[in-house]
Write a protein of this length. Structure first.
Length: 241
């Protein structure tokens, strides 16, 4: 069974066979599920970065502090250009304000854009006019990573080969192989001769998707399948524009 806490722990165990990896999590909603993932990671000695939006469904100061206490770091999952409808000045001011508020809870030195798939605005475009690094942000993974040397693995679409159902959570320069299920990645990691070991790994998950099997797991699977249909339609329209 994929996308369970048990499968995630199995994935982490295999991942420790790799020499160079980092994990980031987009906390789009249900922050307490992120806390459970953080606990699983801490139990096997792995630390990662959790990117919190400032929306009510994501932002939870108590959860943030608990995740930090487990040895993880916090980043800002920004979406200011989308929420400010393309107004660059308003979006920049909003980014600075939200970043300052988050830094009152915990140190923040990294930020990553939320995809905002239903918006026509790409939140990363804010940095065409402003400099994110001047704000004490040392690292924006989707801007500062060399993807010619880094394999990007993301569970967008509740699968690991979800390019067709991803609006913005994808990169260009990637190797000529991919994985569909978590088991596919685990098998590759456990095979020392697999080409996955030639790359630095940047792994991105959405923790609200990972939970023990039950009614909530089934609901999440159904909702994601519905979202994927919408995203395929959006991507198809983009291709014909």
């Amino acid at each position: 069974m994929d996308f369970t806490l048990e499968k995630y722990k199995e994935f982490l165990t295999a991942l420790k066979r790799h020499n160079n990896f980092s994990i980031k999590h987009d906390v789009d909603q249900k922050p307490r599920r992120s806390l459970r993932i953080a606990q699983v990671e801490a139990s096997v000695g792995i630390s990662s970065t959790y990117y919190f939006r400032t929306t009510a469904g994501s932002y939870d100061e108590q959860v943030i502090r608990q995740i930090v206490s487990l040895g993880h770091t916090i980043g800002y999952h920004y979406e200011n250009l989308a929420t400010c409808h393309g107004d660059m000045t308003a979006a920049y001011d909003d980014f600075c304000r939200n970043l300052d508020n988050l830094r009152k809870v915990t140190p923040v030195a990294t930020a990553c854009a939320h995809g905002s798939p239903l918006s026509k605005w790409n939140n990363q475009d804010l940095w065409n006019q402003y400099n994110i690094h001047s704000l004490g942000i040392d690292f924006e993974p989707m801007i500062d990573t060399d993807f010619s040397r880094t394999l990007y693995l993301t569970d967008t679409g509740r699968r690991w080969d979800g390019q067709a159902v991803s609006i913005r959570d994808k990169v260009s320069q990637q190797p000529p192989f991919s994985f569909h299920s978590t088991n596919d990645i685990i098998h590759a990691l456990n095979n020392i001769n697999h080409p996955i070991h030639r790359y630095t790994l940047l792994i991105n998950t959405h923790p609200q998707r990972w939970m023990s099997f039950g009614p909530s797991w089934l609901k999440e699977a159904l909702l994601q399948n519905m979202k994927n249909i919408v995203k395929r339609i959006i991507n198809s329209r983009h291709l014909h524009d």
